[in-house]
Design a binder for this molecule. Structure first.
Ligand code: AMP
Length: 547
């Protein structure tokens, strides 16, 4: 027997419509590429999203079409979040930090119809426009006054001109909540970047969870600074969650340096800030260099840190110097991204700061909706005893079922669990702690580096018998590549020779921070390189760049 309740679909358009009706005055504050701070409301975002939807309809955009963005966090990007998805098309947020060949690859793989981009990315788009085979038109997300006099970009339009004469009347269509809403490629896998295709349903369920008290606790009374970019897993879902609960949102645009972030925090009275550890280190440096008093200047009460492990010292500093509680969170592009949040339990009430930090250094407990377990190499489920460590497996309604166009084939096990590529322990209270990574990628400042690509490049050198690349700990970037080489017998090769050899063969920011030479690398009985063992071997290694 079926229940007799209304079966209204969970659609992204309902979120902005709700925000416009019930939180219409709540602000969206953006630092723009053009310079000034821009202020608008959810009511404005709803109106302009509708104008955008009308404009896209006029351009022939149909439900299911992919509309790409190359943009920072800002109000126009937010209008795309609602306008594009709301009309039934798919917003493809491209990570501008990828190197040009990857951007070209994913735009073609996604078969994007239009590309919207910020002024910052004009040079990249000029370079790539001709290679983006399916893109029919380009839209520069600015006003007439900032349009370049001439560019090599065909069919270039101005965003403000595009929507200016469009009606603000638009009835958001109803459709199946399982319809795709946005697309985000991840490089955190081997091989080419793979697309994760979110649905309206998955995005809404995830947003509701983000607003729950033991999720991220976002609410009407919060002013949230989204330092996490809108091209990284939909800024951790915050644009949707913010509209859902009517939180004031603060968007830093391209200004991610310590000064810009601090000033926004202070001027907008930010209470909750979200970002990866690297940006917070830049903030700390600015505070130190200018002898500032964050506790007095700022209204910050909570900071969500994810994307990489939040160092204990960082949690402590936010607490003592900023008066802000760190919520350590873990997730993935494949998970929309929320998996775990490190909130405290009633039993921790009497804990002193140091005892509490022991807990906060863990990645946290699974939020409702995420089923999580650890398994050994044979798939046997391991106990949640805080000691056994194994492959971290997850399933749930906002977790990937397969990659876009089935790249990588079947990615779930027989029980429907997805292997995160992280290795973790889970303690009896349910706190998960990442201990290692089984996937062969390095995460530096929140962005992925392929160790396999680096190894292949190094192996091209005639004096190299074998090469392995692992992520070594780095204070600012969390991880940087360390290249470990076994030389061919009788061959001469120095660190400098190797680094010089790699120049031009890899993007500059992938360059290993150090090269070391060893007699042999650890292998399994079947001859496979044992990266985990190698990481263990180089655990305390101090990179020369980590000063
Ligand atoms: P991405 O898909 O780019 O968001 O990257 C997801 C991956 O980042 C995870 O599988 C982890 O390897 C890593 N990661 C995310 N959050 C954390 C965290 N709090 N601690 C350690 N690693 C993390």
């Amino acid at each position: 027997m079926l229940g007799l309740m209304q079966n209204r679909p969970l659609l992204i358009s309902t979120v902005i419509e709700h925000a416009a009706n019930f939180h219409s005055a709540a602000e969206i504050v953006s630092r723009t590429c053009e310079g000034p701070i821009h202020r608008c409301s959810y009511g404005d975002i709803n109106r302009r999203s509708k104008q955008l939807a009308n404009a896209l309809t006029g351009l022939g955009v149909k439900p299911g079409d992919r509309i790409a963005s190359l943009a920072w966090n800002g109000y126009r990007h937010m209008e795309m979040y609602f306008g594009v998805s709301g009309m039934g098309a798919i917003l493809h947020t491209i990570n501008p930090r990828l190197f040009p060949e990857q951007i070209e690859y994913i735009a073609n793989h996604a078969e994007d119809k239009f590309l919207f981009f910020d002024l910052t990315f004009l040079p990249v788009v000029e370079k790539l426009a001709a290679a983006m085979k399916t893109v029919k038109g380009f839209v520069l997300m600015t006003d007439r006054a900032h349009m370049p006099a001439s560019t090599g970009i065909p069919n270039l339009q101005c965003y403000e001109d595009l929507i200016a004469n469009q009606s603000t009347e638009y009835v958001w269509p109803d459709f199946d909540e399982n319809t795709a809403s946005s697309l985000c490629y991840t490089s955190g896998t081997t091989g080419n970047p793979k697309g994760v295709l979110y649905s309206h349903r998955s995005s809404l369920l995830h947003s509701m969870l983000a607003c729950s008290v033991d999720g991220l606790g976002l609410g009407t009374n919060e002013t949230a600074l989204l330092v996490v970019p809108m091209f990284h897993v939909n800024a951790w879902g915050m644009p949707y969650a913010g509209a859902l609960c009517g939180a004031k949102l603060v968007m830093p645009g391209p200004g991610l340096d310590g000064k810009s972030v601090y000033e926004l925090m202070r001027d907008e009275k930010v209470t909750l800030a979200l970002g990866v550890p690297t940006v917070w280190l830049m903030l700390f440096q600015y505070v130190d260099a200018n002898k500032l008093e964050p506790k007095q200047d700022l209204s910050l009460t909570r900071v969500v840190i994810g994307g990489s492990s939040a160092p204990r010292a960082m949690c402590e500093r936010f607490e003592t110097n900023f008066g802000a509680f760190v919520m350590h969170a873990w997730g993935m592009t494949e998970m929309s991204p929320l998996g775990t949040v490190c909130n405290l339990l009633p039993k921790h009430k009497g804990y002193n700061l140091q005892q509490r930090l022991d807990i906060q250094a863990k990645q946290g407990r699974a939020v409702f909706g995420v089923e999580m377990r650890i398994t050994d190499d044979d798939g046997k489920v391991l106990p949640n005893d805080g000691k056994a460590f194994g492959h971290l497996m997850v399933r749930g309604p906002w977790i990937v079922a397969s990659y876009y166009r089935n790249e990588g084939g079947v990615i779930l096990d027989a029980d429907g669990y997805f292997d995160t590529g992280d290795v973790a322990t889970i303690d009896p209270d349910g706190y998960m702690q990442i201990t290692d990574r089984s996937k062969d990628v390095i995460k530096s400042g929140g962005e992925w580096i392929s160790s396999i690509d680096l190894e292949n490049a190094a192996m091209g050198h005639p004096a190299v018998a074998e090469a392995a690349v692992i992520g070594a700990a780095h204070t600012k970037w969390q991880e940087r590549p360390l290249l470990i080489i076994v030389k061919k017998q009788g061959q001469q090769l120095t660190r400098e020779d190797m680094l010089q050899y790699l120049e031009g063969k890899i993007v500059k920011w992938w360059t290993p921070d150090d090269v070391v030479f060893v007699d042999e690398l650890p292998h399994t009985a079947t001859g496979k390189l044992q990266k985990m063992k190698l990481r263990e071997q180089f655990k305390g290694y101090r990179l020369p760049t980590d000063v």
